[in-house]
Design a protein around this ligand. Structure first.
Ligand code: PEP
Ligand code: MG
Length: 562
């Protein structure tokens, strides 16, 4: 590798590929300062607040002018909210009561949010826009940059503290060359969405927020390296490495399997219709995980069966006869859905999320199953339905019964809670398949919050304890003759994929951008090779040791490409 230019930052590469472009910094969310000084002259403060709303409105109008269609209509409608006189009056009332200007804006916005929610329908759907207006007006009144991803005028590298899944989901792929975050982790949903959209990404990047706006940087999503002002030679080298990889992978096509012909289905993880269309056009054997909750991240009311069926039809159709594994809503914890909120909890990751939420709100699950059955019937697709966050055999049985009652033929569960892995023989007894979610399985095995980037060493899927728990899950699969796949981020790591297959995984599901490398890695090893590697790494004491052992036993060709 040639010299790295004038500065290098290191993080965790979570979405493969490389890109070079200017930095665009995402301003962090702005809140009214705690203890904001009280307003002593409400009249002049109201003039300032009105000006702040007008500045937000002008900003929105200007953005509307640069786009077209629905996006422009939404921005124009949002500008109207910012100019709403009753909203200004409400802020004025809070100023009269002595609140500081930023606090008064927030109070008025929250009052209106409650009213909008109560009105339901169109108004309830405007709550996010209303809060966006509020955040922009607060920024304007405080004289700081507006929050969120700015409008990009040229292909850029987006740098943020972290991005909400909803923000990542709407990033314009043609303008976002790469993502760098100072926080986040390898299994945070920002990382997952970036990989799904094929955007190179580095998370946990040191001093990322100090990267000067406009500075050219080279981002390597494979190694997790960010290089400031890279030299031409460096960029050329980065491109050449990408081309070497591409050349090695060019001959890799078709169904996945080991060199001795043991089939391992290679599947795509998707989160919406756009992902489905993109993935279906690629060399994958179907979908191993459709995270249905991603479709509804910004919905404020529960989607009807008809609305859902239409979305599912659009997801299923492009895959023809290829399988599509649909996960029922995994709402809660890091993926809150407004319409499936059971109220605040002290430990949301250990609370009523995933299937537990479905148990608390069975109508939500039934509507979704009804929609899936409808879409499956109309498309004739190979739909398989699985539940998130299953902990016990009773839960698996409850879910299987409900799915079958809706006439859906294939039912499975995710194994992402250690109890389900350890008891998989019983959990799987009445199921057609299972899929191991290594993201949550790592979180729950090591008791380390997956949202907490500083814990990324504990969340490393090479942790020997995680490998033991995966092995236990696979043993249950073998004992009951139930196919068991992996759909967590671990499945997309070409070296770890060898271990997973050696432990008994029969399918691997990942971001489509990762499939070619995994396919190639498998094709370089026989099933006994994979089993030998798996047995060996389970003797490791630490995660780095486990990875190193696998690396030493892997083929030279794979070592050279990693
Ligand atoms: C997992 O936990 O590994 C998984 C695939 O589900 P999610 O990342 O959506 O929680
Ligand atoms: Mg999970």
């Amino acid at each position: 590798m040639v010299d790295e230019g004038s500065g290098t930052r290191h993080g965790i590469g979570v979405s493969p590929g490389s890109a070079c472009g200017p930095v665009v910094l995402v301003a962090p969310p702005v809140r009214a300062p705690e203890g904001e000084p009280a307003t002593t002259d409400p009249e002049s403060a109201l003039t300032g607040v009105r000006a702040a709303f007008e500045s937000a409105a002008r900003d929105l109008d200007e953005r509307a002018g640069r786009v077209s269609g629905t996006a422009a209509e939404i921005l124009t409608a949002t500008a109207l909210i910012a100019r709403d006189k009753s909203l200004h009056q409400a802020a004025g009332k809070h100023l009269d009561e002595g609140e500081g200007p930023a606090t008064a804006i927030e109070s008025a916005v929250e009052e209106f949010a409650v009213r909008f929610q109560a009105l339901g329908g169109y108004f309830a759907e405007r709550v996010a826009d209303l809060r966006d207006v509020g955040a922009r007006a607060v920024a304007a009144v405080l004289g700081v940059p507006a929050p969120g991803v700015p409008d990009l005028t040229q292909p850029s590298v987006v740098v943020a503290q972290d991005l909400a899944p909803a923000e990542t989901a709407v990033l314009d792929r043609t303008l976002v060359l790469a993502i760098i975050t100072s926080e986040g982790g390898r299994t945070s949903h920002t990382a997952i969405l970036a990989a799904q959209r094929g955007i190179p990404a580095v998370v946990q990047c040191d001093r990322a927020l100090e990267l000067p706006s406009g500075t050219p940087v080279a981002v390597d999503g494979d190694t997790g390296t960010v290089t400031l002002e890279p030299s031409e030679a460096f960029v050329a080298d980065l491109v050449a490495r990408g081309e070497r990889r591409a050349a090695a992978l060019a001959g890799s096509a078709g169904p996945g399997g080991t060199s001795d012909g043991h089939a391992v289905a290679l599947l795509a993880n998707i989160g919406d219709v756009e992902d489905a269309v993109a993935a279906a056009g690629q060399d994958v054997e179907g979908v191993g995980l459709f995270r249905t909750e991603f479709v509804f991240l910004s919905a404020t009311t529960a989607p009807t069966a008809q609305e859902q069926a239409q979305i599912y039809r659009s997801v299923l159709t492009p895959f023809g006869s290829r399988r599509v594994v649909v996960r029922t809503l995994d709402a809660g914890a890091d993926k809150p859905l407004a319409f499936a909120d059971l109220g605040p909890e002290d430990n949301p990751a250990l609370g009523r999320r995933g299937l537990r939420l479905s148990a608390a709100r069975p109508a939500l699950l039934d509507t979704q199953l009804e929609a899936l059955a409808l879409a499956a019937k109309e498309t004739g697709a190979d739909v398989r339905v699985m539940a998130p966050m299953v902990a016990t055999a009773e839960e698996a049985d409850w879910f299987a019964r409900r799915v079958r009652e809706h006439g859906l033929p294939s039912v499975g569960v995710m194994i992402e809670v250690p109890s389900a892995a350890l008891r998989s023989r019983h959990v799987l007894a009445d199921l057609d398949f299972a899929s191991i979610g290594t993201n949550d399985l790592s979180q729950y095995t090591l008791a380390a919050d997956r949202m907490q980037g500083e814990l990324s060493d504990l969340l490393d899927p090479w942790q020997p304890a995680v490998l033991d728990v995966i092995a236990a899950a696979c043993d249950g699969g073998a004992a009951t003759g139930t196919p068991i796949g992996v759909c967590g981020e671990a499945a997309g790591d070409p070296l770890l994929a060898l271990v997973l297959v050696g432990l008994g995984a029969s399918s691997l599901s990942m971001a489509p951008a990762k499939v070619a490398m995994v396919r190639w890695a498998l094709s370089q090893h026989s099933l006994p090779d994979c089993q030998r590697i798996a047995t060996s790494v389970r003797e490791a004491r630490t995660a780095p040791q486990a990875r190193q052992m696998a690396l030493e036993l892997a083929s030279r060709g794979l070592r050279e490409l990693l």
